[in-house]
Design a protein around this ligand. Structure first.
Ligand SMILES: *[C@@H]1O[C@H](CO)[C@@H](O)[C@H](O)[C@H]1NC(C)=O
Length: 211
């Protein structure tokens, strides 16, 4: 092989190995999000702060209807997560509080209780089995992607948990809000569920639904 051929081969191998390696793709939140996440911020504009999120040390405000607060560290708060298939959030649940039945269409969840005691459960989609457990400090539970699940405070003191998702954008749909906190016409809610007119009117009043 001539020296020229060797040089050409070496430069080809070098450029091929560069093309195969990408350490990260910090999300450029100014561009639209696609199914594979955000496009990459220019590497020259990336700083360590893109890989750090400091919001989970502060308790969320639980003075609300559900007496609970979710503090997210998802792609929109933490753009360094882009492309890694992970994210996290903090749950504060006051006594009597609940994260109502909901699903995350885009990711599975794992929960770790740090304080108090949390009753949690999910419902399988195939035969509607309910998997229920009261979790204490140090206990973890997983909630499979897309399945209905809930968490509620099981004791008189505050509950605190950290959850992690298998997606930087797991999504959230709360069952009662989907049925009763929008303008889904009452007669159709009644026709497509087993709720009666009095229940639908009352719950729409509580949850801010119309129609
Ligand atoms: C918590 O939220 C309630 C209701 O929105 C509000 O009145 C209260 O000031 C908030 N508390 C704090 C500490 O932000």
């Amino acid at each position: 092989m001539s020296i020229l051929q060797t040089l050409i081969l070496c430069s080809f191998l070098l450029s091929a190995s560069h093309a195969a390696v990408q350490d990260f793709c910090v999300g450029d939140l100014s561009a639209p999000e696609g199914p594979a996440g955000y496009s990459c911020k220019k590497v020259s504009a990336v700083t360590v702060n893109d890989f750090v999120f400091s919001g989970l040390g502060v308790a969320g405000n639980t003075s609300n209807l559900i007496k609970a607060a979710v503090t997210p560290a998802l792609i929109n708060q933490f753009p360094g997560l882009n492309g890694f298939g992970i994210s996290l959030a903090r749950l504060d649940i006051a006594p009597g509080g609940v994260i109502p039945l909901h699903t995350h269409p885009g990711g599975s969840e794992v929960l770790l209780v740090l304080q108090g005691s949390i009753c949690a459960g999910f419902i399988s989609s195939s035969v509607n089995t309910i998997y229920l457990k009261t979790l204490n400090k140090g206990d973890s539970m997983i909630f499979p992607q897309g399945l209905l699940h809930f968490q509620m405070n099981a004791v008189k003191g505050p509950g605190l948990a950290i959850v992690s998702f298998s997606s930087p954008s797991p999504g959230l749909q709360i069952l009662d809000f989907a049925l009763l906190a929008n303008n889904f016409p009452s007669e159709l809610v009644e026709a497509t569920t087993f709720l009666d007119d009095a229940q639908v009117k009352k719950l729409k009043g509580v949850l801010g639904g119309t129609g």
